[in-house]
Ligand binder design. Structure first.
Ligand SMILES: NC(=O)c1ccc[n+]([C@@H]2O[C@H](COP(=O)([O-])OP(=O)(O)OC[C@H]3O[C@@H](n4cnc5c(N)ncnc54)[C@H](O)[C@@H]3O)[C@@H](O)[C@H]2O)c1
Length: 268
């Protein structure tokens, strides 16, 4: 362990992985543990959170596993209370949960819209609602919220509920950053771009007929010629969560190989 998070307690929501391989939440939880944090890891899927816990413990890390649905206020509050009861503090809140539902404003049902806003945006309001008082009592804390470059740019397919919810995550985070800066709390946002993750591959396979061709095109559209992966998100999050970023607050950090620098976003 290199110790960049030594003596810190991190609470990670969505610490499992949607499928085999490395998703953003699993990679981040494992990296935080490698850097010396003690973790409370939360997921709605018990076997996913236990898989991450197994990896952390096999490397000598310390973690508490919790099962909760981030859209349920009572369950979020219980997870936060359990973390404080176990570790007595929360230095880092990492909000990873999010998912994109395909559809524009006409074809999307009201029910799917509401679910997307709950999963992607209300979830982060709820976790902040219950963790911020803990951080205020401590006089310190760092929040890392996972958004998406979909919150800034049109990427060629209509994910209108996801784009709107993630734009909400950006501004929720910036407002928290301003409101709590003088209380020693920072709040920053990571915006992943096109990534090789189990989620992305599941979406490609379910929603597009030629997923191999889509992956080739997506790699081609990235300025680097390659999509990123979960470790890119994890390393950016690690910096923002650590004291190295003590003067970094209210930032929207794209982790996209420069995709959002392009004057005109190419689309797939
Ligand atoms: N994967 C990508 O290509 C990509 C691109 C841009 C942004 N993102 C963002 O990254 C984050 C997720 O990363 P990922 O796609 O690698 O997924 P992931 O593999 O990290 O899995 C997310 C975890 O969240 C859990 N989860 C789902 N609903 C939940 C709920 N209601 N309560 C608690 N836990 C729940 C799942 O069980 C899963 O273990 C999301 O915020 C997503 O919007 C991902």
């Amino acid at each position: 362990m290199a110790g960049r998070l030594r003596n810190k307690v991190a609470l990670v929501f969505g610490a499992g992985s949607i499928g085999p391989g490395w998703g953003n939440g699993k990679a981040t939880a494992v990296l935080y543990a490698r850097e010396g944090a003690r973790l409370a890891i939360v997921d709605s899927n018990p076997s996913a959170v236990e898989e991450t816990a197994g990896l952390i413990r096999s490397e000598g890390g310390d973690c508490l596993t919790l099962v909760a649905d981030v859209t349920n206020a009572r369950q979020v509050e219980t997870a936060v209370d359990a973390t404080v009861h176990h570790f007595q503090r929360i230095d880092i809140l990492h909000n990873n949960v999010g998912f994109a539902s395909l559809g524009g404003p006409v074809e999307l049902s009201e029910e799917v819209w509401d679910k997307a806003i709950d999963l992607n945006l209300k979830s982060m309001f709820l976790t902040c609602k219950y963790v911020l008082p803990v951080m205020v009592r401590q006089g310190a804390g760092a929040i890392v919220n996972i958004s998406s470059i979909s919150s800034l740019s049109w990427l060629g397919s209509s994910y209108v509920s996801y784009a709107a919810a993630k734009a909400g995550v950006n501004q929720l985070s910036r407002a928290i950053a301003m409101e709590y800066a003088r209380k020693g709390i920072r709040c920053n946002v990571v915006l992943p771009g096109f990534m090789h993750t189990p989620t992305a591959h599941a979406v490609f396979n379910s929603q597009f007929t030629n997923s191999a061709e889509l992956i080739r095109k997506r790699n081609e559209l990235c300025p680097t010629g390659q999509m990123g992966d979960a470790w890119d998100v994890a390393h950016a999050s690690l910096f923002l969560a650590s004291d190295e970023a003590k003067y970094v607050n209210g930032v929207l950090l794209p982790v996209d190989g420069g995709f959002t620098c392009q004057a005109v976003s190419p689309t797939v």
